[in-house]
Design a protein around this ligand. Sequence first.
Ligand code: FAD
Length: 390
Amino acid sequence: PDQFESPDFYQLDDLLTPEQKLVRSAMRDFVKREITPIIDDHAQRAEFPEGILAKFGQIGAFGTTLPVEYGGGGLDQISYGLMMQEIERGDSAMRSTVSVQSSLVMYPIYAFGSDEQKAKYLPKLAKGELVGCFGLTEANHGSNPGGMETAFIERSDYFLLNGSKLWITNAPIADVAVVWAKNEQGKIRGLIVERGMEGFSTNEIERKWSLRASRTGELTFTDVKVPKGNLLPEAAGLKAPLQCLDQARYGIAWGAVGAAMDCYEAARKYTLERIQFDKPIASFQLVQKKLAEMLTDITKAQLLCWRLGMLKNAGTATTAQISLAKRDNVDMALRVARTCRQLLGGMGITGDYPIMRHMMNLESVVTYEGTHDIHLLILGAEITGISAFK
Ligand code: FAD
């Protein structure tokens, strides 16, 4: 069944520019063609669709908001958000790959890198010729990345890097890793580590029940000699990686809406067709209540994204505003996925419909890029001026 209709109950389309609508429909067609037909198989087999990287590169999914001179798309933040929405309507694992490449690898190189680093990496990352990953989380430091133990010391002509990172999206396939580590003064800096550097290895995390079509792994550094030219000159302190996370979380707020819309459309169509007690189940009040509440939730989340996008376009969106949208939209999408799963009865647990896959994927999305509770505490600190988590 065609799941690509979108609920647009408040005529949000009127708020979009022709360019934004064009970007959305191009990505929607791409997802229909390249992701939806293959994604269930790949997720079932826990395989990443390798060929997708070059295709994402061709359609301009990487570095959407970065300047054209570095291979970016030069597009605005709402166009970027709409792309994330459409990709995650296909699958959160695919959106994760694009988020990491665009917001957590290209963005820091663009924002904090030297001219040489930008010229060397950005055009290839934009084309999908290189894949990147972002190493912040460690086994013992997840919600509290400032406690990281990965560190480097300065030698005459290189930095000597030791430590490890866990739960890293794209790690097993990455050519380059943006790695956050402490220098001898305990200050967090960013280093570009390349596959092939001696002492750098990646291990895969197997047997995930979530984001099965995404490859997640560990980065291990044992006396890796990182050339001095690979230090991101403009990134100092935890605020640099957190600034990258703001970009990615903004995209996730949109992406979650895409996953919710896909579940909602599948369930809406199913309940109109499925007959029980001689009637479509959509004719029962309890089913209508679920559909009405989901449409309400999706509509509110869409408006939140649009307004946040406008604030981002104006350059004024704050971390706390992004936390609110990431937290609430992902929570909304999880609730919608669980409700839709039940509306499909037994069919809801099969791969014939996308719902169970979205539901399992969203269990990662609610945890990564700041957990549901950490975002609540960021808001709590914003409201009260008192941090409850440090
Ligand atoms: P913990 O920090 O141990 O948290 C466990 C629980 O404790 C959570 O419910 C949390 O909310 C709660 N908690 C922690 N501190 C507090 C507090 N002060 N008050 C109240 N509750 C608290 N990281 C990267 O760097 N790069 C990646 O590419 C990346 N990709 C990922 C992909 C996947 C599939 C997953 C699952 C994770 C990924 N992560 C990545 C890591 C992710 O960001 C972390 O899992 C997340 O930050 C949470 O850290 P943790 O898993 O160590 O949980």
